[in-house]
Ligand binder design. Structure first.
Ligand code: 5AD
Ligand code: SF4
Length: 439
């Protein structure tokens, strides 16, 4: 390797991966590496990969293939994340120029793995799978977003939904001590961040290993850290959604007015086939708690269409659920069979084209629901956290507490800085965003 240690890191997939990358970058900095912006300039090329849907593995191999000539120039390759855990040592067979393969449950061993890499080893693996109870904590996360800081409070998943690779790629569920989470929250606040997002595959399945705080109590305590104005949490699992989470949102102003609660399907029959372990009625009871809050809490969800056995009638039930809950945002996905998962053995007989048309029908319906929901904000004044500026439209961009995108104009000659808070009056609405002017 060149005398100066440089790396290039590209991240695919979810928020958890994005924040894992921030921690990996911090760890590499600690080990004397400098980050560069492209593969050509780097001594070590890392891909932090995702395998939740589609042909994710193939994408990673294609990418490795595109750059394999760099191996001859002495550059080393590492595959991190879910594809690394899923494919394991098979990666060395398909891409022999890869020297490091590590899933997220082994990142705490990165310093050691890097030393072995530097010593010239060529087949280093971190594939702890579901064996580890440890979480990956580092003081040195390189926070790439200047105003929003992520904190992982729980890693892995023990739910084993029939379609999902996560329990196999991210290992078993393990929570981080609440005191350590709070220390990090305070450090983040001292550094000037005002928004914290608590992350976990099932964030509300959090169980303090120190036995000090429930998830709701942790939310309350983080929300009371001096300097923190917004706290979000993602993703909640309906099975572990307790009423005290709603109470604490009502009680602590810094907690945002938003809950992301993936339902996956509006048909109890399909939910059972998915091994989600709840019925539609049970889910709607949690929704009723959220809607009964004093604050107006916005709801979003994830839906999978075309799961094996889904009939047109099941889809109608999902559409009915959308209408009943009135979500502000829906992430819709076509079912895709994933390696190792129980659903792989079910007959996936719904053609791709049919899945695509079901998804379209669903998203079209949801768009109309959002058009009505968003229109209710016309004339309201709300606090917006500034995220950027769109020069083409001369609009400041940002988000409301409910997580709705707000684009607004400002009388001042200089746009407010990212991370600042502005009161905005809503003057127009769209199905996916609000438009306004600073007041
Ligand atoms: N196929 C389609 N969507 C999936 N998701 C997870 N696994 C699959 C799969 N095999 C979706 C779920 C989950 C979101 C993060 O991704 O809706 O909530
Ligand atoms: Fe996957 Fe289900 Fe775990 Fe979510 S709860 S990560 S969908 S297995």
């Amino acid at each position: 390797m060149a005398s100066e240690k440089t790396f290039y890191l590209e991240t695919f997939g979810c928020q958890m991966n994005a924040h894992d990358s921030e921690k990996v970058i911090g760890t590499l900095h600690q080990q004397g590496y400098r980050q560069v912006g492209n593969e050509e300039d780097a001594g070590l090329i890392l891909y932090n990969t995702c395998s939740i849907r589609d042909k994710a593995e193939q994408k990673v191999f294609n990418r490795l293939n595109d750059y394999k000539k760099l191996h001859k120039a002495g550059k080393r390759f590492g595959v991190l994340g879910c594809v690394a855990q899923q494919e394991g040592e098979k990666i060395f067979e398909r891409a022999p120029y890869v020297s490091l393969v590590s899933g997220s449950a082994s990142y705490r061993k990165l310093p050691e793995m890097l030393r072995r890499l530097e010593a010239g080893e060529t087949r280093i693996t971190g594939l702890d799978d579901r064996q580890t109870d440890e979480t990956f904590e580092t003081e040195f996360a390189a926070r790439t977003n200047p105003y929003r800081a992520y904190i992982t409070i729980i890693e892995g998943c023990d739910k084993f939904c029939a379609y999902c690779v996560v329990p196999y790629t991210r290992g078993k569920e393990r929570s981080r001590g609440s005191n350590s989470v709070l220390d990090e929250a305070r450090r983040i606040a001292d550094q000037g961040f005002t928004e914290i997002q608590l992350l976990g595959q099932n964030v509300n399945s959090y169980r303090d290993p120190e036995g000090k705080r429930s998830f709701a109590e942790l939310l309350a305590t983080v929300g009371q850290v001096e300097g923190i104005r917004r706290v979000r949490f993602m993703t909640s699992h309906p099975r572990d959604f307790t009423r005290d989470i709603v109470d604490v949102i009502d009680a602590v102003p810094a907690l945002c007015d938003h809950v992301h609660l993936p339902v996956q399907s509006g048909s109890t029959k399909i939910l059972q086939a998915m091994a989600r372990d709840y019925t539609v009625e049970w889910y709607l009871e949690r929704i009723a708690w959220i809607k009964a809050a004093r604050r107006s809490i916005s709801l979003s969800t994830d839906i999978i269409v075309g799961f094996p056995g889904e009939t047109p009638d099941d889809l109608i039930q999902t559409m009915d659920l959308l209408a009943q809950v009135e979500y502000d945002c829906v992430f819709g996905f076509k079912y895709s069979a994933r390696p190792n998962t129980p659903a792989l053995t079910m007959i996936d007989s719904i053609p791709e084209t049919e899945k695509a048309s079901r998804l379209q029908v669903l998203l079209d319906r949801q768009r109309e629901i959002q058009r009505v929901n968003y229109a209710k904000h016309l004339g309201q004044v709300m606090e917006v956290m500034v995220e950027g500026y769109n020069p083409a439209r001369e609009q400041v961009t940002g988000r409301s507490s409910q997580n709705k995108p707000v684009n607004f104009t400002c009388a001042q000659p200089i746009a407010p800085a990212p991370g600042s808070y502005v009161q905005v009056k809503i003057t127009a609405t769209h199905p996916n965003s609000l438009v306004g002017e600073a007041v």
